[in-house]
Ligand binder design. Structure first.
Ligand code: RRO
Length: 357
């Protein structure tokens, strides 16, 4: 459970999916919803209007021997991925539609939260999407109040504001433009649903790009801390932007759009992700939870993220390649590690990474 600002997201396990892979439709998300190991369901980042995304081929998978790999292939454990999807999605109206949420959560046996992600092409698009979400939550609550017991699962439990998409051709990553980042948070915080006198009406998270320089971590954290009254969590990291893969046999760029430059993910980014979780945990106000994401594919990876201070952990590339069975497997592995180490609950080791003397 992630807690702050009277704003709680009741995850049913410490891991859930990252936005992006296998999250575009209710059919795909339903498979996460039925997985007991997945503590929540997070939808694909939405734009105001549905869009197809970049031209194909826009993804690339390569195993540690340098061989091209395919999603759902047998050896996905050490596979590096690149994507320049360009935000293909069904538009915000689809992801907040009660019908979509009903289809997504139909087979879910516990009360895990359904969450949406937004990645507007402009600040105004983000503000419009937040207004739409606010309205949808309000309507869903009214519906529920009129019919208690009915449609309990049909609500939006949190919103993740993606400030880190690296693949919008011609657009900078907001999280790298601190002036723009501050402006976004300022405008978001002045929306009616984030009134300054009362707690926000829904938990809000922010998805960050990876940082590599201590001064950038400090600048980002300083801005985020200023808006702690509207922030429940910070998810770090998005893919490492503008990576390049070469299709060796073809002697070509592996990905077509955006000059071949694409977001890097998979085990290659785990160490960058751990550093971002650890440093953000150090710099952010304790009322803001850190959600770790990047290169997580085993229970050990989750354990390490939590040691570094993560309240919850998202799984992206591993879910993409292995499929929704990964959540149960990773949970099993984490439980085994906890048993071996004599821990009975997450709080026994969260943020308890030992320091050198
Ligand atoms: O759709 C994408 O190209 C994409 C997004 Br919105 C994102 O946030 N991160 C990423 O690696 N790809």
């Amino acid at each position: 459970t992630t807690t702050t600002n009277n704003n709680v997201i009741h995850l049913t396990s410490v891991i859930y999916n990252a936005s992006g892979p296998r999250t575009g439709t209710s059919t795909a998300m339903a498979k996460i919803a039925v997985s007991e190991g997945a503590g929540g369901v997070l939808a694909k980042s939405a734009t105001l209007v549905a869009q197809k995304g970049n031209d194909l081929p826009r993804t690339w998978h390569e195993d540690s021997n340098g061989a091209a790999a395919a999603a759902s292939s047998s050896s996905t454990s050490s596979t590096t991925s690149l994507n320049s999807e360009g935000l293909p999605n069904n538009g915000i109206d689809y992801y907040i539609n009660p019908q979509t949420i009903r289809e997504t959560m139909a087979g879910c046996t516990n009360r895990k939260p359904y969450m949406v992600s937004i990645s507007g092409k402009t600040l105004n698009d983000n503000l419009q999407m937040l207004q739409k979400i606010y309205k949808a939550i309000h309507e869903q609550q009214q519906q529920h109040d009129a019919n208690p017991g009915d449609d309990e699962k049909i609500n939006i439990a949190a919103v993740e504001l993606n400030l880190a998409c690296p693949n919008i051709i011609g657009k900078p990553t907001i999280g790298y433009d601190f002036e723009q980042m501050e402006d976004v948070l300022k405008r978001v915080s002045s929306l009616p649903c984030f009134g300054t006198t009362s707690p926000p009406l829904f938990p809000l998270g922010v998805k960050l790009p990876p940082y590599f320089d201590r001064s950038h971590f400090i600048m980002a954290a300083t801005i985020l801390n200023k808006y702690k009254h509207i922030l429940t969590y910070v998810a770090t990291i998005n893919t490492i932007g503008n990576a390049l893969a070469v299709d060796y046999p073809a002697e070509m760029k592996a990905v077509r759009p955006n000059g071949g430059y694409a977001g890097l993910s998979g085990p290659a980014v785990k160490y960058t992700a751990l550093a971002n979780v650890c440093m953000m945990r150090e710099l952010l106000d304790e009322s803001i939870d850190v959600v770790g994401v990047g290169g997580v594919q085993t229970g050990k990876d989750v354990f390490e993220m939590i040691l570094c201070g993560a309240h919850a952990v998202q799984v992206g590339t591993c879910h993409w390649l292995e499929g929704p069975g990964c959540f149960d497997r990773i949970c099993r592995e984490l439980r085994l590690i906890m048993k071996e180490k004599g821990y009975t609950k997450i709080e026994d080791f969260r943020g308890k990474l030992k320091e050198w003397s």
